[in-house]
Unconditional design. Structure first.
Length: 133
Protein backbone atom coordinates (compact mmCIF):
# COMPACT_ATOMS: atom_id res chain seq x y z
CA UNK A 1 0.00 0.00 0.00
CA UNK A 2 1.29 3.42 -0.90
CA UNK A 3 -0.17 6.82 -0.05
CA UNK A 4 -1.21 9.00 -2.96
CA UNK A 5 0.53 12.34 -3.40
CA UNK A 6 -2.52 14.12 -1.99
CA UNK A 7 -2.59 11.99 1.17
CA UNK A 8 1.16 12.40 1.57
CA UNK A 9 0.87 16.19 1.15
CA UNK A 10 -1.97 16.29 3.68
CA UNK A 11 0.18 14.48 6.24
CA UNK A 12 3.07 16.88 5.59
CA UNK A 13 0.79 19.93 5.95
CA UNK A 14 -0.94 18.66 9.10
CA UNK A 15 2.44 17.85 10.64
CA UNK A 16 3.62 21.40 9.91
CA UNK A 17 0.39 22.73 11.45
CA UNK A 18 0.91 20.55 14.53
CA UNK A 19 4.32 22.13 15.14
CA UNK A 20 2.67 25.50 15.65
CA UNK A 21 1.34 26.81 18.92
CA UNK A 22 -2.07 25.42 19.92
CA UNK A 23 -4.86 27.54 18.41
CA UNK A 24 -2.54 29.20 15.88
CA UNK A 25 -4.20 30.43 12.70
CA UNK A 26 -3.11 28.62 9.56
CA UNK A 27 -3.31 29.71 5.96
CA UNK A 28 -2.85 27.69 2.81
CA UNK A 29 -0.24 30.21 1.63
CA UNK A 30 1.83 29.85 4.81
CA UNK A 31 1.67 26.06 4.85
CA UNK A 32 2.44 25.95 1.13
CA UNK A 33 5.52 28.10 1.62
CA UNK A 34 6.66 26.12 4.64
CA UNK A 35 6.14 22.65 3.18
CA UNK A 36 6.64 23.12 -0.55
CA UNK A 37 3.14 21.82 -1.34
CA UNK A 38 1.88 23.83 -4.35
CA UNK A 39 -0.59 26.53 -3.24
CA UNK A 40 -3.61 25.28 -5.25
CA UNK A 41 -3.06 21.80 -3.81
CA UNK A 42 -2.68 23.21 -0.28
CA UNK A 43 -5.96 25.11 -0.69
CA UNK A 44 -7.75 22.01 -1.94
CA UNK A 45 -6.39 19.88 0.90
CA UNK A 46 -7.29 22.40 3.58
CA UNK A 47 -10.85 22.33 2.30
CA UNK A 48 -10.93 18.52 2.47
CA UNK A 49 -9.37 18.51 5.94
CA UNK A 50 -11.91 21.06 7.14
CA UNK A 51 -14.80 19.07 5.62
CA UNK A 52 -13.54 16.03 7.54
CA UNK A 53 -13.52 17.98 10.82
CA UNK A 54 -9.74 18.11 11.22
CA UNK A 55 -9.50 21.85 10.60
CA UNK A 56 -11.90 24.61 11.57
CA UNK A 57 -12.42 27.58 9.27
CA UNK A 58 -12.09 31.00 10.88
CA UNK A 59 -13.65 33.90 8.96
CA UNK A 60 -12.87 37.58 9.04
CA UNK A 61 -9.75 39.64 9.59
CA UNK A 62 -6.87 37.34 10.52
CA UNK A 63 -8.98 34.36 9.51
CA UNK A 64 -7.76 31.09 8.16
CA UNK A 65 -7.89 27.67 9.74
CA UNK A 66 -7.08 26.16 13.11
CA UNK A 67 -6.69 22.54 14.13
CA UNK A 68 -10.12 21.31 15.19
CA UNK A 69 -8.78 18.86 17.78
CA UNK A 70 -5.64 18.44 19.80
CA UNK A 71 -2.71 16.87 17.97
CA UNK A 72 -2.93 13.87 20.30
CA UNK A 73 -6.50 13.28 19.09
CA UNK A 74 -5.78 13.34 15.34
CA UNK A 75 -4.45 10.13 13.84
CA UNK A 76 -2.69 9.28 10.61
CA UNK A 77 -5.82 7.31 9.67
CA UNK A 78 -7.96 10.45 10.17
CA UNK A 79 -5.77 12.43 7.77
CA UNK A 80 -5.56 9.72 5.11
CA UNK A 81 -9.30 9.08 5.21
CA UNK A 82 -10.05 12.81 4.99
CA UNK A 83 -8.30 12.89 1.63
CA UNK A 84 -8.74 9.36 0.25
CA UNK A 85 -11.94 8.13 1.86
CA UNK A 86 -12.21 4.90 3.84
CA UNK A 87 -9.08 2.78 4.00
CA UNK A 88 -9.60 -0.36 1.92
CA UNK A 89 -6.98 -2.83 0.78
CA UNK A 90 -8.96 -4.06 -2.23
CA UNK A 91 -11.98 -2.90 -4.19
CA UNK A 92 -14.06 -5.71 -2.66
CA UNK A 93 -13.14 -5.16 0.98
CA UNK A 94 -16.30 -3.15 1.63
CA UNK A 95 -18.36 -6.31 1.02
CA UNK A 96 -20.25 -4.91 -1.97
CA UNK A 97 -20.26 -6.63 -5.36
CA UNK A 98 -17.35 -5.53 -7.53
CA UNK A 99 -16.28 -5.93 -11.13
CA UNK A 100 -13.54 -8.37 -10.14
CA UNK A 101 -13.54 -11.55 -12.23
CA UNK A 102 -13.12 -13.59 -9.03
CA UNK A 103 -15.89 -11.87 -7.08
CA UNK A 104 -18.44 -14.70 -7.18
CA UNK A 105 -15.98 -17.42 -6.13
CA UNK A 106 -13.38 -15.66 -4.01
CA UNK A 107 -12.70 -17.23 -0.64
CA UNK A 108 -10.53 -14.35 0.54
CA UNK A 109 -13.14 -11.60 0.01
CA UNK A 110 -14.95 -12.22 3.33
CA UNK A 111 -11.67 -11.62 5.16
CA UNK A 112 -10.51 -8.47 3.41
CA UNK A 113 -12.58 -6.29 5.72
CA UNK A 114 -10.57 -7.68 8.63
CA UNK A 115 -7.33 -6.85 6.83
CA UNK A 116 -8.52 -3.31 6.14
CA UNK A 117 -9.55 -2.87 9.76
CA UNK A 118 -6.10 -3.99 10.94
CA UNK A 119 -4.37 -1.56 8.57
CA UNK A 120 -6.67 1.25 9.67
CA UNK A 121 -5.97 0.34 13.30
CA UNK A 122 -2.24 0.57 12.71
CA UNK A 123 -2.61 3.99 11.07
CA UNK A 124 -4.99 5.09 13.82
CA UNK A 125 -2.34 4.23 16.42
CA UNK A 126 0.00 6.90 14.98
CA UNK A 127 -0.97 10.36 16.23
CA UNK A 128 -0.23 13.73 14.74
CA UNK A 129 1.60 14.49 17.97
CA UNK A 130 4.04 11.66 17.24
CA UNK A 131 4.53 12.80 13.65
CA UNK A 132 5.26 16.37 14.74
CA UNK A 133 8.09 15.42 17.12
Amino acid sequence: MRLTHLADYAVVMMTAAARREAGARLSAAELSGETGVPLPTAQKLMGKLAAAGLLTSVRGFGGGFTLARSIADISLADIVEAVEGPIAMTQCSDGLPSDCALDAHCRVKPHMGVVGAKVRGALHAVTLQELAQ
